[in-house]
Write a protein that binds this ligand. Structure first.
Ligand code: UDX
Length: 432
């Protein structure tokens, strides 16, 4: 099939190259010519394991075409996926749909025969109706259908999540559209992926409801972790014990510093705006948002108490600053609150992250990037394991810090309390 992905960000580039890998001809369109030129010389702007290889293979096979010529891509494709960003608006709550609507107008102007237009970007319920109205102003109804096909790709695992999805969700009332999309996904369905169709608004809401529920699970276990710390219970036992109930499930029950990333924070806010719009108060999700934000303040207090409230001039090391491992993404990472706070309270913060230097910290005078782990930990007063990169899982802390009184705050529970105590470390963790 000939398809086009509009937007070569995280969703468009990953989905586009994976669709090409299924044998389709895929136009990946972006208005940013610099980005297109980078892609045409195999400079991939996002950090996603396995993406370079899959892009190169399909580009050389001429199944993957990077262009800023939207007209040519639309005319040459049967299915057009809208994959542009839907960031949180300036009001810091609703989804900003300006790019989606702009692209809808551009697509409309180039429709020359029947096209299926599919929103893959995460868009609030009824956005598909609005796109339909925009196109209808410019083209007759028989020339297009608008459907929803949200993505469920996790950063760092996106290619695997595309290839082996738990489910493919498609929203449309048009049988022809459903058949077309089902045949596009046929290779994955054959390998066991569930193909689930509903109406367009249903697919839009499934995406938000799924992310809001996952965020709820995380905030739930983070609050239980607080209670565990007060009652001498190991939160990992609670997660395991709960997870054995198939109705609960063990995944997304790992206590940590707070959820971050480009999706949970923005999607939880956006769905509460949809709720308010339809006069339905989504109080649970609102409390999840507050709980996650309060948690970062709680962690600051934990750090202060570990250092007996003496932060000034202390050397504090962050191992990992990204919101999760195997990505360079800093969006909504809890380090973006923790590190500036410590800097403003006169600590000297050194950070090492396998994904490299972070511009987010460049304006803070006593925050230093170290390009190797030992330099970051040398003579540190407190080592904070913030992100669970693999290389942080088997460290000899005395050796790398050269400080026999080193304190370790393991925000991802990578180490066993018993072993750390036996090695004489002052070891702190989450919910244990
Ligand atoms: C998420 C959804 O999982 C994915 O389906 C959607 O398409 C995009 O948003 P992503 O944001 O890439 O994916 O990361 P994810 O792995 O879901 O983690 C999100 C945040 O939750 C991270 O900060 C992570 O550290 C945290 N998390 C996750 C926990 O604290 N505990 C867990 O058990 C799982």
């Amino acid at each position: 099939m000939k398809i086009c992905m509009i937007g070569t960000g995280y969703v468009g580039l990953v989905s586009g190259s994976c669709f090409a890998d299924l044998g389709n001809t895929v136009y990946c369109v972006d208005k940013d010519i610099k980005k297109i030129n980078m892609l045409n010389s195999f400079q991939i702007p996002i950090y996603e394991p396995g993406l370079n290889e899959i892009v190169k293979k399909n580009y050389l096979a001429k199944r993957l075409i990077f262009t800023n010529n939207l007209k040519k891509a639309v005319i040459s494709s049967d299915i057009i996926f809208i994959c542009v960003g839907t960031p949180t608006s300036k009001n810091n709550k609703s989804a900003d749909l300006q790019f989606v609507f702009k692209v809808a107008k551009e697509i409309a102007s180039h429709i020359n025969k029947f096209k299926i237009i599919v929103t893959k970007s995460t868009v609030p319920v009824s956005t598909g109706d609005k796109i339909e109205k925009i196109i209808l102003k410019r083209k007759k109804r028989s020339l297009f259908e608008v459907a929803s096909n949200p993505e469920f790709l996790r950063e760092g695992e996106a290619i695997r999540d595309f290839r082996f999805p738990d489910r493919i969700i498609v929203g449309s009332d048009n049988k022809k559209v459903l058949r077309k999309l089902e045949s596009l996904y046929e290779p994955l369905i054959k390998k066991g992926a569930n193909f689930f169709s509903t109406n367009r608004r249903g697919a839009e809401l499934i995406k938000y409801a799924s992310n809001a529920f996952l965020a709820t699970k995380i905030s739930f276990i983070n609050e239980i972790a607080n209670l565990c710390e007060k009652t001498g219970v190991n939160v990992e036992d609670v997660s395991l014990g709960m997870g054995l109930d198939k109705r609960i499930g063990g995944r997304f029950l790992r206590a940590g510093p707070a959820y971050g990333g480009s999706c949970f924070p923005k999607d939880t806010k956006a769905i509460t705006v949809t709720g308010d719009l339809y006069k339905t108060n989504l109080s649970i999700i609102k409390s999840v948002i507050k709980s996650n934000s309060d948690r970062k303040k709680l962690l600051v207090n934990r750090i202060k108490s570990i250092l007996s409230n003496k932060i000034k001039n202390k050397k504090i090391t962050f191992l990992g600053v990204t919101f999760k491992p195997n990505t360079d993404d800093m969006r909504e990472s809890s380090s973006l609150l923790l590190i500036p706070y410590l800097n403003n309270n006169r600590a000297k913060v050194y950070y090492y992250d396998p994904s490299g230097f972070k511009k987010e910290f460049s304006r803070y005078k006593s925050v230093y990037f170290c390009d190797n782990l030992s330099k970051a930990c040398n003579n540190s007063d407190l080592i904070i394991i913030h992100t669970e990169w693999d290389e942080f899982k088997t460290l000899d802390f005395k050796k790398i810090s050269k400080n026999s009184k080193i304190k370790i705050f393991d925000m991802r529970n990578l180490y066993s309390h018993k072993k750390m105590k036996k090695n004489g470390y002052s070891y702190y963790s989450i919910g244990r």
